[in-house]
Write a protein that binds this ligand. Structure first.
Ligand SMILES: NC(=O)c1ccc[n+]([C@@H]2O[C@H](COP(=O)([O-])OP(=O)(O)OC[C@H]3O[C@@H](n4cnc5c(N)ncnc54)[C@H](OP(=O)(O)O)[C@@H]3O)[C@@H](O)[C@H]2O)c1
Length: 362
């Protein structure tokens, strides 16, 4: 098989290169299949190869990956020439198949997920921690087997499937950190979510479970209906209502929302600020429409708090998992693709047709 996937700065041309035959995983084989972003004729190509099976060193764990999920970031990473040679994607869940010397936290057979940062257990962030973002600063997880230091792993709650657990490391932890670590979300407060992608849908589910009042925007009435079923108390179609911030204000009796998860950036920042209440909190997260480089500080309501989110630490992930277990929250998975169709998963994310998360199983 020889198809190609090319990533260019603002577009992806779907194709894939495979130098191996399609096969099922063999636990005893000396080789495994993994994808890397490799230079091709027009941009980076998502290339699958057979490579030597890695071995865990001291303090490390070998994981048979069972599911990975995509984030919008993965499209940007694939569009940068500096990603050449990288194993892409940050989010994986799987089973421990071997441990290196000195490993104390995990044993063979345990179900684990990787943390987004391979090296940020908690506490203040460091340059090393920020440089350890999987599928960006360091190799990611789109492979049948990966190695991780045990400190970069977390136990998967029993009630979650591997597919569900693989959705958590980036989008869910980002929403958690924004709402709880930074925002100290309280019951009864209002939360504005923009669009129905991964971060926003987790924000909606977490806020609703905490007894807060989520309001969400979307370009699609069908997606808004789904969001209502997930706990949204207010919905606005930002396509048919371009001045959607006025609808959000109306939904809050003119007071504005207490928190915004700002994932869109340039197109929405000012409107989000206009929809914010006194003493409200705006978590600056994403740039779906381009980064909002100029923050209109003079337009902020009195007492507003701005926080800048970059996912979260293992400590955040652990706190979130406790909350997920308590509320038995199930991530919203839109579609699941087989490992051999990773390119199609990228293209589906690029289309924006999804609600919640896109998963690849192995
Ligand atoms: N800083 C961090 O720690 C962090 C972590 C995770 C993600 N991010 C960033 O946050 C953003 C969201 O990531 P994601 O993975 O959740 O993305 P995603 O799943 O791809 O979200 C896509 C959805 O966003 C909505 N959208 C797109 N353009 C929009 C616009 N102009 N106005 C309103 N909604 C719009 C659409 O929803 P509808 O179809 O409903 O209209 C679209 O389906 C990205 O920029 C990502 O890079 C940052």
């Amino acid at each position: 098989m020889n198809r190609s996937i090319f990533f260019q700065q603002n577009s992806i041309v779907v194709a894939i290169v495979m130098f191996i035959s399609i096969a099922t995983f063999d636990a005893n084989a000396q080789t495994i299949r993994e994808y890397r972003l490799e230079p091709g004729s027009s941009g980076l190509e998502l290339t699958m190869r057979d490579v030597a099976r890695p071995e865990p060193g001291a303090g490390e764990v070998l994981i048979r990956v069972r599911a990975v999920s995509l984030n919008r970031r993965d499209l940007s990473v694939a569009g940068r020439s500096s990603s050449s040679g990288l194993v892409p994607l940050s989010d994986a869940a799987g089973e421990v198949i071997a441990v290196g010397s000195g490993v104390t936290q995990f044993a063979v057979g345990d179900r684990v997920a990787g943390t987004f940062f391979a090296d940020w257990p908690g506490g203040p962030r460091t340059a090393e921690a920020m440089a350890s973002a999987r599928g960006g600063g360091v190799d990611g997880v789109l492979a049948e087997v990966i190695v991780s230091h045990e400190d970069g792993l977390i136990a998967v709650p029993d009630y979650l499937t591997y597919e569900e657990a693989a959705t958590l490391p980036c989008a869910a932890v980002t929403a958690w950190r924004a709402l709880f670590t930074n925002g100290a979300l309280e019951r009864g407060e209002t939360v504005l979510l923009e669009g129905t992608g991964g971060v926003s849908i987790f924000g909606l589910q977490l806020a609703a479970a905490a007894g807060a009042r989520p309001i969400i925007t979307s370009s699609s009435d069908t997606k808004l209906e789904r969001a209502r079923a997930l706990g949204a108390v207010g919905t606005v179609n930002y396509r048919s209502r371009p001045e959607w911030q006025e609808d959000v204000l109306a939904l809050t009796n003119g007071e504005g929302v207490d928190h915004v998860l700002e994932v869109v950036g340039q197109d929405t920042m000012l409107r989000a600020i206009q929809a914010l209440a006194y003493d409200g909190h705006i978590a600056v997260i994403g740039g779906l429409s381009g980064r909002a480089d100029a923050l209109p500080l003079g337009r902020l309501p009195r007492g507003a708090l701005i926080s800048n989110v970059f996912v979260g630490s293992r400590e955040d992930f652990e706190a979130m998992n406790e909350f997920l277990v308590e509320h038995e929250l199930h991530p919203v998975i839109d579609r699941v693709f087989p490992f051999e169709e990773a390119a199609a998963a990228y293209a589906y994310m690029d289309s924006g047709a999804h609600i919640g998360k896109i998963v690849i199983t192995l």
